[in-house]
Design a binder for this molecule. Structure first.
Ligand SMILES: [Mg+2]
Ligand SMILES: [Zn+2]
Length: 176
């Protein structure tokens, strides 16, 4: 069985600049590269991203795919492999089954890549990113980049909260 870290994209790996429609808008956090290089030694890395701009008609599926391809390729140039990228394209009112913190994509990764969710982590700047793995038997980590500070009061008191993706990686690797 493999262990995984499920990474949010916007506000966690790259700056959250709203609905991104093209690679030129992508700005990586400085800490992202080192953090993922360290994590991938022991964990498979996944990106799970909520792109409601598609469901709302603000973004095309292809816009999101081009941004994700750019993110993945930039990481790959640094030697970082993202095993898979999962996108929820729905808006709130769709009541879909794949919107975080629903564990839909966690189970998919378990089926497709033999991931043991109980030994896996989710990391992100929204309470749904924290709850994603935490509520499925793994561990959630909340980062204060992106929208992290804005939603901090919506988190359970005992939630593991860190400064950024760099600190998240250090804590994950210290626990394993
Ligand atoms: Mg986010
Ligand atoms: Zn969805």
């Amino acid at each position: 069985m493999n262990k995984a870290v499920f990474l949010d994209r916007d506000g966690t790996l790259i700056e959250d600049r709203g609905h991104l429609s093209s690679p030129e808008e992508v700005v990586f956090f400085e800490e992202t590269f080192d953090a993922l290089i360290k994590l991938q030694v022991s964990f498979k890395l996944f990106i799970i991203t909520y792109q409601s701009g598609i469901g709302k008609g603000l973004l095309g599926q292809r816009d999101v795919e081009s941004v994700n391809a750019y993110v993945n390729n930039t990481l790959l140039e640094k030697g970082i492999k993202i095993t898979d990228t999962y996108v929820c394209p729905h808006k709130n009112e769709d009541f879909c089954s794949c919107k975080k913190p629903n564990p839909f994509f966690l189970w998919k990764s378990a089926a497709d890549y033999g991931i043991n969710i109980l030994e896996s982590y989710s990391v992100g700047d929204h309470p749904s990113d924290y709850h994603l793995a935490e509520d499925a038997g793994g561990k959630g980590i909340y980062v204060l980049t992106g929208h992290g500070i804005k939603h901090l009061n919506e988190l359970p008191e005992n939630a593991l909260t860190v400064k950024d993706i760099g600190e998240a990686a250090d804590i994950i690797l210290a626990q394993k």
